[in-house]
Design a protein around this ligand. Structure first.
Ligand SMILES: Cc1cc2nc3c(=O)[nH]c(=O)nc-3n(C[C@H](O)[C@H](O)[C@H](O)COP(=O)(O)OP(=O)(O)OC[C@H]3O[C@@H](n4cnc5c(N)ncnc54)[C@H](O)[C@@H]3O)c2cc1C
Length: 408
């Protein structure tokens, strides 16, 4: 079968539509909400909820669809606009991916319908990280104890993206990872949907951050928080001896969320990197320093070499991202490719944004421009959804066929 790197017409249309949205609606708000760290970007949220979420009009051009690749294209364009405001979009987000991949049809309808409705904006979130458990998810201490027809959750979750919005706005929900049996390790970890406003779930505080400062990053505390038994995602069965084995659907099902979310985070990183690169090229062009692709190598300047390398790296990250997304589209296992894309894009965006600041000198460092902000926004791509090191570890395990206990 011939390989085609062309986008389907619908995807091209979506790319143009979201690019214009990023330019006209997000960029003008970027500096303000970066400065007002915990301010609520009302105009952006309302605009997106009213108009943006519908996507471009006349999207039904006949022909093949890029499906999940299109989701990545939207993420890249909107993060070219502003990655933190992208994270503020009212959507089920990661929590929604967990419900979609591990939930039943009834759960999908119950929790995801408000996101399609005409009511007020709604958010979803995923709460895995704890003060004592980040990369090592098996160390999760938040407990879920069955009491009659309810699970009782106790514990603290930190760094939860959209944690405030998802826990406070009616119709939203937080997917909370908790253990039903600590002695079972990973096998005891299950995901529970906690609807916004559930008694016993409270906001413990908001995080002040280096970058993506407009994004809501919350601590959530669970104190005797009761959810119906029917809010458990996946199987309630605890596989004690074979935790992490193929039969261990609860933990594995929840981990499968990352196969979908890592390509999106990679696409977000590509968007931030492209913002910095596009802007640097524009600035140099305006100063009469064009990029000469066709000049003999020995006559190119060091800056030209840097810029060409930045473009090549960005394109490599994008193609790896689209590959992981396209595999997901076709229902093919993509854990390896999702981690490769995420690790590559995290590295590339960090380098590109730092280089952009370097090339532009004091202007790049000044708050008059957004380049310094993009540099701060970039680093998170290397931290959440599995750090750079963890994704490299996953890639190594998959290629070498080592289990997680063989290669830690
Ligand atoms: C802005 C922001 C938003 C976030 N949003 C969410 C969210 O919505 N939901 C959520 O649950 N979490 C979220 N997180 C948490 C994030 O996923 C974790 O910070 C991340 O998984 C790392 O975990 P940790 O902080 O405990 O670091 P650690 O696991 O303690 O890691 C510290 C360092 O050690 C390295 N390391 C750890 N283990 C290994 C190993 N085996 N081999 C080599 N190196 C290793 C890591 O790569 C890292 O560099 C968010 C974090 C931030 C900063």
């Amino acid at each position: 079968m011939p390989i085609s790197f062309d986008l389907a017409p619908n995807s091209q249309k979506a790319r143009d539509y979201f690019h214009e949205m990023a330019r006209s609606q997000m960029r003008p708000l970027s500096r303000r909400y970066d400065d007002e760290e915990h301010g609520f970007p009302t105009e952006w949220v309302d605009y997106y909820w009213r108009e943006g979420r519908e996507g471009p009009p006349d999207m039904d051009i006949p022909g093949p669809s890029d499906g999940f690749v299109q989701v990545c294209i939207q993420a890249e364009e909107l993060c070219w606009g502003d990655a933190a405001l992208y994270l503020r979009i009212p959507s089920p987000a990661l929590g929604g991916s967990a419900v979609a991949s591990a939930g039943t049809q009834e759960q999908r309808e119950r929790f995801l319908t408000p996101f399609r409705g005409e009511g007020a904006p709604v958010w979803g979130a995923m709460a895995i990280t704890e003060p004592g458990a980040g990369s090592d998810t098996a160390a999760i201490q938040t407990s879920a104890e069955l009491d009659g027809d309810e699970y009782v959750l106790n514990g603290t979750k930190i760094f939860c993206t959209s944690g405030e919005a998802a826990s406070q706005h009616e119709g939203g929900f937080v997917v909370v990872w908790a253990t039903v049996d600590r002695s079972a390790g990973r096998g005891g970890i299950k995901a529970f949907v906690v609807p916004a406003g559930t008694p016993g779930m409270r906001l413990g505080g908001l995080e002040k951050k280096l970058g993506i400062r407009a994004s809501d990053t919350a601590t959530l505390v669970f104190e005797n928080c009761r959810v119906p038994r029917a809010n458990l995602l996946g199987s309630a069965e605890v596989k004690k001896k074979k935790a992490g084995s193929p039969g261990d659907k609860g933990f594995k099902g929840a981990m499968a969320t990352f196969d979908a979310s890592r390509p999106i985070v990679a696409a977000m990183a590509v968007g931030v990197g492209r913002a910095a690169l596009d802007f640097t090229l524009e600035m140099l062009e305006a100063e009469g320093v064009p990029l000469r692709y066709d000049a003999p190598l020995q006559t190119q300047s060091a800056v030209e070499r840097d810029l060409i390398e930045m473009q090549a790296e960005l394109q490599a990250a994008r193609l790896l991202t689209w590959r992981a997304a396209a595999m997901m589209n076709r229902g093919r296992p993509n854990s390896l490719e999702a981690s490769i894309a995420k690790a590559k894009a995290g590295l590339v965006v960090t380098r590109i944004t730092q280089k952009a600041v370097e090339i532009l000198g004091p202007a790049g460092y000044s708050k008059k421009l957004l380049v310094e902000k993009w540099m701060r926004d970039a680093k998170i791509s290397d931290i959440y959804e599995g750090t750079q090191q963890i994704n490299q570890l996953i890639v190594a395990r998959r290629i070498l066929e080592y289990s997680s206990s063989m290669l830690r």
